[in-house]
Design a binder for this molecule. Structure first.
Ligand SMILES: [Zn+2]
Length: 308
């Protein structure tokens, strides 16, 4: 008999004890410092990052090796740009392409950490969140056993619409995503993916999906100063009817869109319990939804959950 219980405010299905959202029951940081390096997808800059443990309730905080640039707290309100990637700023400097690292934090359940950069972009690595996640696991995770990681559970629908694109979050008893993409490509025309997500499922089904781009757009994006670091080693490249390199999943592109969405929503700093329905969404809509979720919380009894 399937019986739902409330345990530490995170709903679990008792019969097999499967968490119904991503993350952990308690807040957590890393046990050790971990280093990663690579090039930035858009800037092409060589970048080294170090992820440090942090005290409980620090949140995720970016800082530069140059102390005078100051810190940047991860929250939707600090997002500066959403064109092709998410960048955040404190008004002094800006960090690009944070979403794949945030996905790794989200599913590893890291709520508190410092990320120090030598450059202004998080390295793209293999184009997915796999190497970030593996690095976090290798540093091991420290749970703050007295501090629950209370998810945001929606009580009202929240949405964002922009022309024919939209993203809607509706109340649900579990975290699930229904995503539809519609690109001019035989594999990407009106395709949908419906997935219930917890960390285990996300690790298996979403974590390794790489960023993707169309060969026909490369010249234009480069002329706009974007994708200077893109290559077949860090992106799945689509031709008119096929692919230039091997896919990791048959529907890798839509899975990467889900990865971006989960990473973008982790600007909220906590797991979400809601059904997210996205149609041709992207970073700007994802971030607008995150802001609307926070605004919505201000108006109801869940406002107490907000800690920004
Ligand atoms: Zn991405």
């Amino acid at each position: 008999m399937l019986k739902k219980v409330i345990d530490n405010n995170l709903l679990l299905e008792k019969n097999n004890y499967q968490p119904i959202t991503i993350g952990r029951l308690n807040k957590a940081t890393l046990k050790d410092t971990v280093k990663l390096k690579g090039i930035g997808l858009h800037t092409g800059n060589e970048s080294k990052i170090k992820i440090y443990p942090a005290n409980v309730n620090t949140g995720i905080v970016f800082r530069s090796i140059k102390k005078e640039k100051g810190e940047i707290q991860v929250t939707p309100w600090n997002v500066k740009n959403t064109r092709n990637a998410v960048s955040i700023s404190n008004g002094i400097w800006e960090i690009h392409t944070i979403e794949h690292l945030l996905f790794a934090f989200a599913i590893a359940g890291i709520t508190d950490a410092y990320v120090e950069l030598s450059s202004n972009e998080i390295p793209i690595l293999d184009g997915s969140s796999k190497e970030f996640y593996e690095a976090i696991q290798s540093a091991q995770i420290f749970e703050f056993s007295n501090y629950q990681n209370v998810p945001i559970k929606l009580v009202n629908p929240v949405w964002v619409v922009s022309e024919d694109k939209y993203i809607i979050a509706v109340p649900s008893d579990e975290f699930k995503i229904t995503y539809t993409i519609d690109y001019e490509h035989p594999d990407l025309k009106g395709r949908s993916l419906h997935i219930k997500l917890n960390s285990k499922v996300a690790e298996k089904e979403i974590l390794s999906a790489r960023t993707f781009g169309f060969l026909k757009d490369v010249e234009y994006l480069r002329s706009q100063g974007l994708i200077k670091g893109a290559s077949l080693d860090n992106a799945l490249v689509l031709t008119e009817n096929g692919y230039l390199n091997e896919r990791r999943y048959i529907d890798e592109c839509i899975r990467h869109k889900v990865l971006d969405l989960v990473g973008d929503l982790y600007l909220l700093g906590k797991p979400l319990i809601a059904h997210i329905i996205a149609y041709r969404s992207g970073h700007s809509l994802d971030i607008a939804l995150a802001k609307n979720i926070l605004k919505n919380l201000e108006n109801d009894e869940l406002a107490k959950l907000r800690y920004y």
